[in-house]
Design a binder for this molecule. Structure first.
Ligand SMILES: COc1cccc(CN2CCc3cc(OS(N)(=O)=O)c(OC)cc3C2)c1
Ligand SMILES: [Zn+2]
Length: 262
């Protein structure tokens, strides 16, 4: 899997980190100005092909909870869209707020969403493991999907039910046979794409971002369970709710955001 006991900065939990990575000119997240995005007719449809059998565990890394996939083979891959190579799914996670008024990392014309899903993939044509790809400019591809409060998401419930088992930082539980495709919106042909970075350490400028235009809906109660998680480990005397785990928006620095739709 692509996880390592990556120790976040001591500034945790309201991880402040560097507001703008030193020397970074392709940092994430950003505000997507719809009218400034450029339609690119050469962008292909995205073709994710995930095997639920590669789902292995869920862990609380003290910043979010990560659903991890066995990425030792090309069983769960993402191709197409803006991507030239095969990208292997290694984990997905979310960012959310303490209230439904905010929580997403990206915004669309400054519009905030209550939460945002990130599905993290690495370039298995060019690199042999995540740790290598995370340092390279064409190393990673992350799909972003906005969440809105509405009807209950049936596919998400299996995940919500197990979250209390990873309440504390560094807790891990086995989690199998979860199909991440169930979290994608019905229409995955309409997306924005731009060159950016990870939004958590190591903040490397390795990411081709693919942000879905169509959101998914989850219920208020499902999102409330996300907020019951803790940034802190069981030993710490003061427990801190895992909320507002998003990074501040970063300067566009002249980048172009392309759209796959007009
Ligand atoms: C060299 O740094 C690493 C090597 C291997 C694994 C990791 C762990 N890290 C990978 C990237 C990543 C990226 C994450 O968020 S994001 N928004 O995709 O940048 C994230 O959010 C909770 C967690 C992780 C976990 C770091
Ligand atoms: Zn993320």
């Amino acid at each position: 899997a692509c996880s390592s006991k990556y120790v976040l900065s001591a500034l945790h939990p309201m991880w402040q980190g560097p507001l703008v990575a030193p020397g970074g000119n392709r940092q994430s997240p950003i505000d997507i100005r719809v009218r400034k995005s450029v339609f690119d007719p050469h962008l292909k449809p995205l073709t994710p092909d995930y095997d639920p059998g590669t789902c292995s565990q869920i862990w609380n890394n003290g910043y979010s909870f990560l659903v991890e996939y066995d990425d030792t083979t090309d069983k769960s891959i993402l191709k197409g869209g803006p991507l030239e190579d095969n990208f292997r799914l290694c984990q997905f996670h979310f960012h959310w707020g303490e209230s439904n008024a905010w929580g997403s990392e990206h915004t669309v014309d400054r519009r905030l969403f209550p939460a945002e899903l990130h599905m993290v993939h690495w370039n298995s044509n060019k690199y042999s493991r995540f740790e290598e790809a995370v340092m390279e400019e064409n190393g990673l591809a992350v799909i972003g999907v906005f969440l809105k409060i509405g009807k209950r998401h049936e596919g998400l419930q299996k995940l919500v039910d197990v979250l209390p088992a990873v309440r504390h930082k560094d807790s891990v539980v086995e989690f199998t046979r979860f199909d991440p495709a169930c979290l994608l919106p019905a229409n995955i042909d309409d997306y924005w794409t731009y060159a950016g970075s990870l939004t958590t350490p190591p903040l490397t400028e390795a990411v081709t971002w693919i942000i879905m235009k169509q959101h998914i809906e989850v219920s208020h109660d499902q999102l409330a369970v996300f907020r019951s998680l803790l940034f802190t480990s069981a030993e710490e005397e003061v427990q801190k709710s895992m909320v507002n785990n998003f990074r501040v928006q970063q300067p566009l620095r002249g980048r172009t955001v392309r759209s796959s739709f007009t």
